[in-house]
Design a binder for this molecule. Structure first.
Ligand SMILES: Nc1ncnc2c1ncn2[C@@H]1O[C@H](COP(=O)(O)OP(=O)(O)O)[C@@H](O)[C@H]1O
Ligand SMILES: O=C(CO)[C@@H](O)[C@H](O)COP(=O)(O)O
Length: 496
């Protein structure tokens, strides 16, 4: 038996599976979020640990297995967050998250310091956008010098959890490729990027965790971790990775041609590649996969935070998202929402805020407004899909994340993209991917040579009830609404 844990923005999920991917138990615990008007979005790493313990214990209880049945555990984590520890291993301050836009001026400074976007593209293959880890380090150097001076360890969220589980400081390529101090072509740390932040960059370079391969074992659970989780110290911990990298594995997106859309707090679109995919515009993130290749990805910062916020605003629960979509027609009666509540990464508008356009006395209903929020989020995904696929339409797309639970939202994505939408069974693709990677790493540690694609083929199955066929009759209404969205985006923000 294997466990996959996914530390997302709004909560931690856990899944116990057998070696064929059959789900034996599941658990969940919510996270709180520190939000400030400045664009700050932060979480204390201790809440990730507490939520992981609660989610794993819940999943184990449902699985009703003895503690020693679990061979290996893998952790998937929200990307880009910065956890900094001092030389005693204590957390210095709350982690700034992937959706933190307070660091927008720091990112501008970082990009300029190496010679601008073109120089970044040529030297490291990546152009930092607000949200990547490097601007968070620059923020600490500039605005919190006392905290900055104490940094002895730099960790991403899943690295922090791996450290708590095993005592080791390690990172793997996929998640590390989203830091901005990583050379995505060479798959190695890039200390020259750290020298932008601190002339004494040797100190920061020494604070980086050791890089390990995605099929490596980090170590065994420490006695403290084993006791807290209800497992034994024989349980191994796999490398884990960023949540999109694990979502890729959990949808079999480990070979070319597969496309995945994730509707979590963020929305992402990604598709595996055997070779680096580098974008001189910076809009497609040139990340590495956690299965041995690369994972070009487009991320928008505003997805289910917008839709759940909307439902809350109307005094309703999350079911209102589906109800409103069922009650209204494509185009939301002419209302467009530019949903940039957190500022936005794609398009690159970190200091933007949300806008609603096209209201009239007739169309201004809670249902139309809710639909405009969902459409605004989904148009961002559609634009991302076009960037990833160019003019090659996708015939089939995996949809994952909390938003994939909504039937009419799945239909909307099918209708807009013209693709058949499929959803993996088990509901939690990030957890499933982490557990599949754990099977892979456990096998390797025992001398087995099974390929990750073969394990994914065995473990990923489709939830037949959720397969959704596009309705061509709605396509032109969505094309018109997308045209209006783009025109209004250009009008308000001057971008295409
Ligand atoms: N049936 C549903 N319809 C629409 N949205 C949903 C539904 N179920 C869950 N969600 C949304 O999914 C969110 C959680 O998604 P998840 O992928 O777990 O996010 P994260 O990984 O960022 O924490 C919830 O906060 C909620 O907004
Ligand atoms: O920043 C990115 C990807 O580059 C986000 O996708 C985060 O990884 C957060 O994921 P969710 O909490 O939305 O799953």
């Amino acid at each position: 038996m294997f466990i996959g844990v996914d530390c997302g923005t709004q909560g931690t999920k856990a899944l116990v599976i057998d070696e064929n991917g059959r789900v034996r138990g599941r658990g969940h615990a919510a996270h709180s979020l520190i939000e400030r008007d400045s664009g700050a979005r932060e979480q204390h790493p201790s809440i990730w640990v507490d939520a992981m313990i609660a989610a794993v214990r819940m999943a184990l209880k449902e699985a009703a297995l003895p503690a020693d049945a679990i061979r290996c555990l893998g952790v998937s984590g929200q990307q880009h967050g910065l956890a900094v520890l001092d030389d005693k291993g204590a957390v210095i301050r709350p982690a700034k998250l992937w959706c933190d836009t307070e660091t927008a001026p720091d990112n501008e400074r970082v990009v300029a310091a190496l010679g601008g976007p073109k120089a970044w593209y040529e030297k490291l293959g990546i152009i930092p956008l607000t949200g990547y880890t490097i601007s968070k380090l620059a923020f600490l150097a500039e605005r919190e010098p006392d905290n900055f001076a104490r940094i002895a360890h730099i960790l991403l969220p899943h690295d922090y959890l791996n450290h708590w589980l095993t005592g080791r400081f390690v990172a793997e390529y996929g998640d590390a490729s989203g830091t901005g101090f990583f050379d995505v072509r060479k798959r190695a740390w890039a200390p020259e990027a750290l020298s932008i932040i601190d002339r004494n960059s040797g100190r920061l370079a020494a604070a980086l965790p050791e890089l390990i391969a995605p099929d490596a074992i980090v170590g065994k659970l420490t006695p403290v971790a084993a006791e807290a989780l209800g497992l034994t110290t024989n349980c191994l911990v796999a490398a884990g990775g960023g949540d999109n990298m694990m979502g890729a594995i959990g949808t079999g997106n480990v070979r070319e041609g597969v496309v995945t859309i994730s509707l979590g707090t963020s929305a992402t679109v990604f598709s595996y590649s055997d070779t680096p995919v580098l974008d001189p515009s910076g809009a497609v993130a040139p990340f590495c996969s956690s299965s041995g290749g690369w994972l070009p990805l487009v991320c928008t910062m505003n997805a289910t935070n917008v839709t759940s916020g909307g439902a809350h605003l109307f005094g309703r629960d999350i079911g209102f998202v589906s109800e409103a979509l069922d009650a209204t027609a494509p185009g939301a009666g002419g209302i467009t929402m530019l949903p940039f509540l957190n500022g936005e990464r794609t398009p690159d508008l970190p200091t933007a805020r949300g806008t609603i356009l096209g209201l009239s006395a007739v169309n201004m209903t809670p249902e139309n407004l809710m639909r405009a929020m969902v459409e605004g989020v989904t148009f961002g995904v559609l634009a991302g899909l076009h960037r990833i696929r160019g003019d090659k339409p996708a015939e089939r797309v995996f949809m994952i994340g909390g938003g994939a639970r909504s039937k009419p939202w799945r239909q909307m994505v099918a209708d807009m993209t013209g693709a058949e939408i499929v959803v993996p069974t088990g509901d939690e693709a990030g957890c499933l991917g982490a557990a599949i990677q754990a099977i892979w790493a456990y096998g390797r540690s025992n001398g087995a040579g099974e390929d990750i694609a073969a394990i994914a083929d065995r473990c990923v199955s489709l939830d037949a009830d959720k397969t959704t066929t596009p309705a061509l009759s709605r396509k032109s209404a969505y094309d018109d609404a997308f045209g209006l969205y783009r025109a209004r985006l250009a009008l308000v923000h001057g971008v295409k």
